[in-house]
Design a protein around this ligand. Structure first.
Ligand SMILES: [Zn+2]
Length: 333
């Protein structure tokens, strides 16, 4: 029988690492954050720090998972992860082009399905993609075996994994947690990490479109929108809704951010020992009124649907923040 599997879908900089910790604290849920491989620019993959503080090669949890993977016929470790469909080393030379043609979304679920069926019949690429899927299937089984839990949540954030693992790994009835962040906050975070302003807006809108398409073919009871802002400001009731869509028993109340006993992969927040859940409002220091206007204009429909504040309200917040900074220049971060 297929294990209960769900996915967190979101853009980067939207609180998915925080949500991964909170998910892993649910009584029946195992969540290790981003399942997919460490990015290629990380040279020392074995030294990649797990959220428990140890390097992956020294982490008892990941060693136990590797042992379970071996029992299922897969060599698995920090240097041989291979759970990522995108940028997989299995595609070899000209991997980027092959990936474009064989794995990446065509922005239409029907076209994706036709293309996936055709690719599965290719003599070399088909088996390579199937192998990645089977490694993911074994990882889910292994993590559930090691943790003794019954529900696995994949925090890799990538909508394509939902279809690929449904069709190739037999995860046929997944649930989806779509983690949303006000695009104002997202763009401020993304630009703070060196991404361009225009591209950040495009990335946010593209993720929304991918998720809209996927939601159209997902039973309503298997889909939950979670706003990052609600997760931070009303954590307990938000996590109760999350537990419900996961099919888990409810979390301990009130929900707190526990830092021990987790082995989460993801952004650097995983190594932060703070147990405080605080809404990131740095957009007030990073975006100009004109940038706010552009973001709101280009995300207008979504802002209304998701209940995010209108431009006037944001400008008022910005104005009071500027007043605070004038009164106390050291307050700006
Ligand atoms: Zn660990």
């Amino acid at each position: 029988m297929s294990p209960a599997v769900g996915y967190v879908l979101s853009s980067a900089f939207s609180g998915s690492t925080l949500l991964s910790f909170l998910l892993d604290d649910l009584p029946d849920v195992a969540c290790v954050g981003e399942v997919t491989d460490v990015i290629d620019s990380v040279a020392d993959k074995a030294g990649y720090p797990c959220s428990c503080g140890k390097a992956v090669r020294d982490c008892d949890f990941w060693q136990a998972v590797s042992g379970q993977m071996e029992l299922r016929g897969f060599h698995f470790g920090a240097e041989d992860w291979n759970l990522r469909f995108h940028r997989s080393r299995r595609f070899g030379s000209r991997g980027w082009l092959k990936e474009r043609l064989t794995v990446r979304s065509l922005h239409n679920l029907t076209l994706d399905a036709w293309r996936d069926a055709a690719v599965s019949r290719l003599p070399r690429t088909g088996p390579a993609i199937r192998e990645i899927a089977l490694r993911n299937q074994a990882l889910v089984q292994s993590v559930l075996q090691v943790t003794g839990k019954s529900v696995f949540v994949d925090g890799s954030k990538d909508p394509r994994r939902v279809a690929l693992l449904r069709d190739l790994a037999g995860f046929t009835d997944p649930f989806v947690i779509h983690l949303l962040r006000d695009p104002v906050g997202f763009v401020a975070s993304a630009t703070g990490h060196g991404h361009s302003f225009e591209r950040s807006i495009l990335v946010w809108r593209t993720m929304m479109r991918h998720c809209e398409h996927l939601q159209e073919v997902t039973p309503p009871e298997r889909w939950l929108n979670v706003r990052y802002e609600d997760l931070c400001q009303d954590t307990t009731s938000t996590m109760s809704a999350v537990a419900k869509v996961c099919g888990s028993r409810l979390p301990a109340v009130p929900v707190v951010l526990g830092r021990t006993g987790h082995h989460v992969r993801g952004n650097m927040m995983r190594l932060d020992q703070s147990t405080t859940i605080a809404l990131d409002t740095r957009w007030q220091d990073r975006l100009t009124p004109e940038q706010l206007r552009v973001v709101c204009d280009k995300t207008k429909r979504y802002r209304q649907e998701l209940g995010y504040p209108e431009l006037d309200s944001l400008l008022a917040g910005l104005s009071s923040r500027l007043d605070e900074r004038e009164a106390d220049p050291t307050a700006a971060s």
